[in-house]
Design a protein around this ligand. Structure first.
Ligand code: CMC
Length: 430
């Protein structure tokens, strides 16, 4: 929908009307596309704080109200009633599936879980202490070397096959990376198991003895994957769109997304939270660490606190917090002291003027690591788990971008602050 124009007046008094557009919900956007052509100026917005980079039908976030919706459905309802596979269908296809559509989709994902056997050789080349995220980004990128016969982005069937392969094979790649670091043999997928059961089996079973899947563990993983599945134009998703906008193959674009997710300001925060809680160690130390986080000269931040968009609460964190109680109570692991420490840290920060004034609340990553740890997943695998859940969001965005006729290569400009033109100086005169 086009609204009344936004009038911009330049310092020399020239007026320019910029189109204003409204989405279905959320703030309007000013279309600045013709600004440079007509006024020879760029907009400047480091970190893209006030910039919309595309049109999207997939996910909506209202950061002030703590609202997150996938294709219009509130995440609380999906978390309570849906499954990760159903949510994946919703994100990829735009509508909830019928029973028959869901069964077909689930079957397709279950029957694409194996990796080309040659890909397993990659893992033999990594050092035993390689970070699983390093292996994940490398092996996902290498999928383009194995599945290149169905990689034509202009072919909708190829786009479907790519989506199924990414969703189905991410857990297999993740588990292979874990098995390498733990020195255990790789376990093949078992397609009679559902998505999360299969992942648990590939992570924790060994050929020497039977492995019993804990239904609470599978339920908790499914919930975490629903909550991680998409988050509109976050850093890794924007990276996937940007890499894909050049026409790069979709596996390379997803590998770029995995790399962007790894950073501690983004998906790497779940690993950083656990490392931080271990470092704090004891409730008596909390005050000291809160003071460090507030100290301008100290680079320390409270990991798992703050969000670019959520300024009231992170709805995913509220849901995960509940699940933490359930998992710790039912699995009976010895992680309760760590959760107690996290809750006390949370309470102290929530009452602190610094965190209140800056609207810094616990985010999804503050609690997710506590669940992963209680499930026996090592800290270095936390961001890999996030990547498994987010891979469907990345894929949905890549598909949306490729199918959108208005997509152009993503190519931002800059404010140049280097030296103006100068003449080359011969080396003996420098
Ligand atoms: N601890 C202490 N101070 C903080 C924190 C924190 N966790 N987060 C932000 N601040 C302060 C920051 O110093 C700044 O203060 P000032 O205005 O005085 O300079 C102010 O709050 C605004 O911070 P910002 O870095 O400008 O905000 P941003 O929107 O660019 O960054 C963020 C958002 C999530 C990167 C940041 O809050 C952060 O580093 N948090 C810790 C890492 C984390 O938990 N990341 C996971 C995010 S949720 C999952 C995901 O996206 O993958």
């Amino acid at each position: 929908m086009t609204k009344e124009a936004f009038r911009l007046t330049s310092p020399s008094g020239v007026e320019l009307d910029l189109p204003v557009r409204s989405g279905t919900v959320g703030p309007d956007v000013i279309d600045v596309g013709k600004l440079y052509k007509e006024q020879r100026v760029f907009t400047y917005d480091p970190g893209f704080v006030s910039t919309g980079s595309c049109e999207s039908d997939i996910t909506y976030i209202d950061g002030e109200e703590g609202i997150l919706m996938y294709r219009g459905y509130p995440v609380e309802q999906l978390a309570a009633h849906s499954s990760f596979i159903e949510v994946s269908y919703l994100l990829l296809h735009g509508e909830l599936p019928t029973a028959a559509e869901l069964e077909k989709f689930d079957h397709t994902i279950r029957t694409h879980t194996m990796l080309n056997e040659g890909m397993l050789n990659f893992f033999k080349g990594f050092r035993y202490d390689a970070h699983p995220m390093a292996m994940l980004s490398a092996v996902v990128g290498s999928m383009s070397a194995y599945y290149h016969s169905e990689m034509d982005a202009s072919n909708p069937d190829h786009r479907d096959i790519f989506a199924h392969r990414i969703l189905a094979k991410m857990p297999t790649i993740a588990a292979a990376a874990y098995k390498l670091t733990s020195g255990q043999p790789f376990m093949y997928p078992q397609n009679d198991l559902n998505y999360c059961e299969n992942l648990l089996q590939m992570l924790f079973s060994v050929p020497a003895e039977p492995y019993e899947i804990d239904p609470i563990a599978a339920e908790a993983l499914d919930l975490l994957f629903i909550l991680h599945a998409d988050h509109e134009q976050n850093c890794s998703t924007s990276t996937v769109r940007m890499a894909g906008s050049s026409g790069a193959n979709p596996y390379s674009a997803i590998a770029a997304g995995v790399s962007a997710l790894w950073g501690p300001a983004h998906g790497g925060a779940n690993e950083a939270v656990l490392n931080m809680l271990n470092e704090i160690g004891d409730k008596s130390q909390i005050k000291k660490y809160v003071a460090k986080a507030k100290d301008k000269v100290d680079p320390f931040r409270l990991m798992g606190f703050g969000h670019r968009v959520y300024k009231n609460f992170d709805p995913r964190a509220t849901i995960i917090r509940e699940m933490c109680h359930k998992v710790l109570a039912q699995l009976g692991r010895d992680d309760t002291p760590m959760f107690d420490l996290a809750l006390e840290l949370e309470q102290m920060a929530l009452k602190d003027d610094y965190f209140v004034e800056k609207k810094l609340y616990p985010n999804v990553d503050f609690y997710s690591g506590i669940i992963y740890r209680a499930l026996g997943i090592p800290t270095s695998m936390f961001t890999v788990m996030f990547a498994i859940g987010r891979s469907v969001g990345w894929t949905a965005h890549w598909r949306e971008m490729i199918a959108d006729p208005s997509t152009r290569i993503a190519r931002p400009r800059q404010l140049y602050t280097g030296p103006p033109q100068r003449d080359y100086i011969a080396i003996e005169k420098r």
